[in-house]
Design a protein around this ligand. Structure first.
Ligand code: RM4
Ligand code: MN
Length: 388
């Protein structure tokens, strides 16, 4: 099937949230490379995010990490975003930087550390209230490196208790989104290793607790689209952290490593109603650009998602359902594969100018002089980054 005007209207409603940390310096545990023009503060990160939105029309919000993006005047940052045509989205609580968190945060054996971690989350909720954000996203670096290091079950109990205190502090319009990751930085066990554990805690917390699915947080070979299907079926998919991986939690550009996997994931999103306004599914990017340009990296990512989603929309679901009903194994598979191979890019390039956007956002960025300008202007100060 072709991309229709109705499909394009659906795509126009797509909102991809970009992470502020993508604009800062990042790297591996071996090296963080400095890049000219990198933002020195959250205001400049928002400027770069706004540039991505201006060129793609599909990235209207920016996720912040606290304390990476801590500012004295949150209202000023919120206003700054609005002036630039974007808004602040999800607030991420980082409890993996401070020395006290060496053995964990909400699961830590020491009650004092757990209290500090809970308080950090309460401070994040204050930020959300000031920015108008609705989601508190929790990813914990908690886990252990050695068998016997700590009591696995007691850690779950501590986790449940901490999460319950945090959840109780949310306003009625705010949600808690709980991310899982099967390894790293802890290697023997992780306290929220998988979607089952995340879902278990969410179910105990209440309706406004949902699972965040980071596409890079699974063991190799995991059928991620199955998880997407199940969480949508249960009404518990809160958000995606899109990225791609070859080996570990690589945080590479979404759709770069395995475009077909992205297609299959998005097919389940559409099948499960995840695109509908009331689904509550937030499409976030969770990536860092260690060696490639950061703003172009984000533009590429937004385009990869919209292009793949456009293909999915071309799926002839009636024909597919009919082939499935007939038990036509190869026929059904061919319908899916033909859709995957549909090139929607020329039609999208025509469509963008109809929306007042450049036909080729990447080329428009390169020609805009924006990168040269920030490299000229952002001199001095300390570049944002995780400083490994
Ligand atoms: C974690 C996880 C979180 C992200 C941090 C920076 O691995 O994916 O979502 O915010 O990294
Ligand atoms: Mn993530």
């Amino acid at each position: 099937m072709e991309l229709t005007d109705e499909h394009l209207d659906t795509l126009a409603g797509l909102a991809i949230e970009v992470p502020s940390w993508a604009y800062g310096n990042s790297g591996t545990r071996f090296k963080v490379f400095a890049t000219p023009g990198v933002p020195r503060d959250p205001f400049e990160k928002i400027d770069d995010a706004a540039c991505v939105h201006a060129l793609t029309g599909l990235a209207p919000s920016v996720a912040l990490h606290i304390p990476w993006d801590q500012v004295d005047d949150v209202d000023a940052l919120t206003r700054h975003a609005a002036e630039r045509g974007v808004r602040i989205g999800t607030i991420n609580s980082n409890t993996f930087q401070d020395d006290i968190y060496k053995l964990g945060s909400l699961c830590h054996p020491d009650a004092g550390v757990r209290k500090a971690a809970v308080e950090h989350h309460l401070a994040c909720i204050d930020v959300m209230t000031a920015t108008g954000s609705s989601d508190l996203k929790i990813w914990l670096a908690d886990g252990t490196n050695y068998p016997g290091q700590d009591d696995l079950r007691a850690r779950q109990d501590r986790l449940a208790e901490g999460l319950a205190t945090i959840y109780a502090a949310l306003a009625p319009h705010q949600r808690l989104v709980l991310e899982y990751k099967f390894f790293e930085p802890a290697f023997y066990h992780t306290d929220i290793p998988d979607w089952g554990t995340s879902l278990t805690h969410c179910l105990a917390l209440g309706e406004r607790a949902r699972v965040c699915l980071d596409t890079g947080h699974h063991a190799p070979g995991t059928n991620i689209e199955f998880i997407v299907m199940q969480l949508l079926r249960l009404g518990r998919l809160g958000s995606f952290d899109f990225n791609s991986r070859f080996y570990a939690d690589d945080d590479l550009i979404v759709g770069a490593a395995d475009p077909f996997q992205l297609f299959r994931i998005l097919a389940e999103v559409v099948r499960g109603g995840g695109l509908e306004a009331d689904s509550g599914v937030v499409f976030m990017l969770d990536q860092c650009h260690n060696i490639e340009g950061k703003i172009p990296g984000q533009i590429r990512s937004v385009l990869n998602v919209v292009e793949m989603l456009a293909r999915v929309l071309c799926l002839d679901t009636a024909a597919l359902a009919e082939a499935q009903r007939r038990g036509d194994v190869l026929g059904a598979n061919q319908i899916l594969m033909d859709t995957f191979y549909t090139d929607v890019r020329p039609r999208l390039a025509q469509w963008r100018p109809e929306r007042g956007l450049p036909a080729d956002p990447m080329a428009a960025f390169l020609a805009s002089g924006y990168q040269e300008r920030i490299e000229r202007e952002r001199v001095g100060g300390v570049q944002a980054g995780w400083g490994a």
